[in-house]
Design a protein around this ligand. Structure first.
Ligand SMILES: [Zn+2]
Length: 279
């Protein structure tokens, strides 16, 4: 049985690193998306805005190490976190920050085209209140990301402010106009399966049992994630690394999910969206 966590951060310096992956795999987790955080808080010691390529290579190397040293298989996802973009705008001004963001995007494109990374993420808009010009510039960058995703057929993990139905519809329009909906994943999504299906994107839902039960009322077309943050200063900021396998197995025992459902959520959808083979 395959169990995939669609969004985890692993940070060997600020958190427990590979130990968290071992916990995930001891609970039954088999695959996960290893999502880049930011250059300034990753363990790279690289200054933000200076050399994104090095920060991305750090995550790619970490992924290789995980795949060698644990039973789980990780896939690096690299992006420009909206909070990091916000910092760049404050430090360097709108024009220079946008230039830096495009440079980062070209580093991302190179690595995905070479098969070293498997998607762009997390990108989007800050989840906290910001001035309108920050949101506008973030949207402009998102448009560039969506265009690239369409061009090179790679998935995008979106980080945004809190979402509701009307936000989804607004996002749907943007995605249809510039990108390919079937390559767009709303990370940290509310359990709104129907509306995502309607606009063609995929929700990735924090795997708390209550959340997943809510999602299942609408359907099975969704991914599960923890957004595990791996930062000792913020223990349990979201949920722990065992949550996706634990919840999945619990729902199987209760007869709420069948083995076929699990295969659909954790393997089939992942293969379809990411263009990878889960084995
Ligand atoms: Zn995250």
């Amino acid at each position: 049985m395959y169990i995939t966590d669609n969004h985890m951060h692993i940070d060997p310096i600020r958190g427990v690193g590979i130990e968290a992956v071992k916990e995930f795999s001891s609970a039954g987790g088999t695959h996960f998306m290893l999502v880049y955080k930011t250059a300034y808080d990753s363990a790279t010691g690289i200054k933000t805005g200076k050399d994104f390529g090095k920060a991305y290579d750090y995550i790619i190397d970490l992924s290789n190490k995980i795949n060698k040293e644990t039973n789980a298989k990780s896939y690096p996802i690299i992006g420009l976190h909206p909070a990091e973009f916000h910092h760049l705008i404050m430090d360097f001004g709108e024009e220079k920050a946008f230039e830096m963001a495009l440079e980062a995007l070209s580093e991302i494109e190179n690595r995905i085209s070479e098969g070293l990374a498997f998607g762009i993420g997390e990108v989007g808009r800050p989840h906290y209140d910001v001035d309108k010009f920050i949101t506008d510039l973030s949207n402009n960058f998102l448009i560039e990301v969506l265009k690239l995703s369409k061009k090179i057929k790679c998935p995008v993990q979106l980080h945004t402010e809190t979402f509701d139905g009307s936000k989804f519809l607004e996002l749907g329009e943007l995605v249809r106009k510039y990108g390919n909906p079937s390559k767009v994943i709303k990370h940290f999504s509310p359990p709104m399966v129907t509306i995502c299906e309607k606009i063609g994107i995929y929700p990735s839902i924090i795997a708390r049992e209550k959340n997943i039960l809510k999602a299942l009322e609408e359907g099975k077309r969704f991914l599960m994630e923890t957004d595990y943050i791996d930062d000792n200063e913020r223990p349990g900021a979201v949920v722990g690394p065992k949550t996706v396998p634990k919840t999945t197995k619990k729902l199987l025992e209760k007869g709420i999910l069948s083995k076929e459902d699990i295969d659909y959520i954790h393997r089939y959808l992942i293969e379809e969206i990411y263009g990878i083979e889960i084995i």
